[in-house]
Design a binder for this molecule. Structure first.
Ligand code: FES
Ligand SMILES: [Fe+2]
Length: 366
């Protein structure tokens, strides 16, 4: 995109300074991020079990791009930009099973392979050629119970992009094969998406801001491990022995096959959360919704036979953390918006994952 100028980074990130505060509200930065980061990013789109049968589909959004994930009659999983080639209405919504993909605005009707089958009154239009009006495709990939999508149809395959992540997840003791989709939640947040990601990327705030969390997970810097990988970063925390003993102080007793807490960040805006205890995972995508707003979209997965009371207990623990985080990031956004502290100062060890993230954002926008 020519002509877009963002304010320069005055003090270098390499010396511990953060991205400029203005980058968290500037519409020019936001526009450039859509083009340089989100237009070619793999993002978690939804549960694979929603598209297991021929004709099943779901609508989702990855970054700023509405997508439709569709299992064709031929059994092939496909992804489309969920935008009608007529005048832009979203073609499908929700999830379910369909014979065709019909836009609700003027009833242009696409086959499950995305080709335009019928447009009302097309026979009255000389030269109307449906062959050039198929739904645009996006890349899709499946990892265990999760479907990912990428607006770039020529994206590197998902499994290459995931790299070592599935093996690291397996080390937690979690078997993805036992998990079923449980519930979907959306949280609006009054902060730029990068503020939310940076908050996810450090547990330096855990002892002060998440007392309930810190009673279950050992957040001491000598125990809680941080690691940067080529396309993701990993945080792995052991369980506190005092939580396991069930002495009543921890919000839940993390008994079960999963022996670690794991929090992974897949560039640019998907997070993977595993709590210790029974088999569980939540996948989140963080959707930028304007320069200073984000929607956190969470899908929880548990084993089919998990007792609902224990599921509720774990989700309550997690929701508490999410509410604490929302209040933190909204406060940070207000502080950044003052413009009076143009760059913050990171802690090199405890905030190394933020430093890596910020360097990648800077390099993408430079
Ligand atoms: S916008 Fe879809 S049919 Fe008109
Ligand atoms: Fe937090």
């Amino acid at each position: 995109m020519s002509g877009i100028k963002v304010s320069p980074v005055d003090r270098p990130l390499e010396e511990g300074w953060t991205l400029p505060a203005s980058w968290y509200s500037d519409p020019a930065v936001y526009a450039l991020e859509r083009e340089r980061i989100f237009a070619s990013a793999w993002t978690y789109a939804g549960p694979a079990e929603w598209v297991s049968e021929p004709g099943s589909y779901f609508a989702s959004q990855i970054g700023h791009v509405p997508v439709a994930i569709v299992r064709g009659k031929d059994g092939e999983l496909r992804g489309f930009v969920n935008v009608c080639r007529h005048r832009g209405h979203l073609v499908v919504s929700g999830q379910g099973r369909r014979e065709t993909l019909q836009c609700p605005y003027h009833a242009w009707t696409y086959d499950l392979d995305g080709s335009l089958r019928r447009a009302p009154r097309a026979e009255r239009e000389p030269g109307f050629d449906p062959s050039g009006l198929s739904l645009l495709t996006v890349a899709v990939g499946v990892w265990g119970p999760f479907v990912f999508a990428n607006p770039d149809p020529d994206a590197q395959p998902l499994d290459e992009w995931l790299g070592a992540l599935p093996a690291i997840v397996a080390e937690s003791g979690l078997d993805l094969g036992v998990l079923r989709f449980h519930s979907h939640h959306e949280w609006p947040i009054g902060a730029n998406w990068k503020v939310a990601m940076e908050n996810f990327l450090e547990c330096y705030h855990c002892p002060t801001a998440h007392p309930g969390f810190s009673k279950v997970v050992d957040v001491d810097p000598d125990s809680y491990r941080l690691a940067v990988h080529p396309t993701f970063s990993a945080q792995i925390g052991p369980v506190r022995a005092s939580a396991l003993s069930g002495n009543g102080k921890a919000p839940y007793v993390p008994r079960g096959d999963v022996s670690q807490a794991q929090y992974h960040f897949l560039l640019p805006a998907t997070t993977v959360n595993i709590a210790p205890g029974m088999p569980n995972i939540s996948l989140e995508r963080w959707l930028p919704d304007g320069p200073a707003r984000t929607v956190e979209v969470t899908d929880y997965f548990f084993a089919e036979d998990a007792p609902e009371s224990e599921v509720e207990e774990l989700m309550a623990w997690d929701t508490q953390v999410a509410e604490e985080d929302t209040s933190l990031v909204e406060s940070v956004q207000r502080g950044l918006d003052s413009g009076l502290v143009p760059q913050g100062r990171l802690m090199a060890e405890s905030e190394q994952l933020i430093a890596d993230f910020q360097r990648r954002v800077r390099d993408a926008l430079d």
